[in-house]
Design a protein around this ligand. Sequence first.
Ligand code: SF4
Ligand code: SF4
Ligand code: SF4
Length: 213
Amino acid sequence: MGKRRLIKMLKITPYLGILVLIVSIGGLWYPVLGYFMLLVFAAIFLISPFRGRWFCGNLCPRGSLADFWIGKISKKRKIPAILRSLWVRLPIFFLMMGIMGYRISSVIGTLNTFEKIGMIFVTICLVTTTIAVLLGSYLSPRTWCSFCPMGTAQNLLGGKRYQLKLEKDKCISCKKCEKVCPMQLKVCQTETKPDCIKCGRCVSACPKDALHF
Ligand code: SF4
Ligand code: SF4
Ligand code: SF4
């Protein structure tokens, strides 16, 4: 199978988002579903050193939920710049990792450890999805993705990898690329974009073929 065809097959679809609902709601009855989060963690740590936040724009079930489902009810407002700041993101990252680590360590060695750890993952998924839905509907669909701990981890691990390139001489500053960017990035500036999720929407929207990876 060709590399292009494989990447096309992996492209984010509306159906991926349903996985989030299965884990966060179904997991309340079947905690084993929470272990799906481990697959997400593994994919993130395998992909990001080479492709930055590619996972967010192409494979993440919650990203799909944001784009295709929350997007339908979102007010599509501006994402506050403060949420992208590492001063906000790093404390959230360490807080979430700390809570998860503490809760897992407190159930190890007790009865039904496997189910209890699964339920911890389910709870994290449910809480973060609820925040993502609330922020996404009030502000912009991908608001959560501006400070999601897994997005921050990818930004730090490979934010400079697989950068979007702009051919300045072709650009006519129409800003069509910025209108479609789900992360509300300054697409037509040449600066590095560690929070670009490589969704390719700007590339497709550009009438001058000035953007590419
Ligand atoms: S930022 Fe988090 S929720 Fe958003 S697409 Fe990336 S991993 Fe998924
Ligand atoms: S859509 Fe293309 S031509 Fe328009 S501003 Fe963006 S890069 Fe430039
Ligand atoms: S800059 Fe382009 S590829 Fe990156 S997130 Fe925005 S629209 Fe997607």
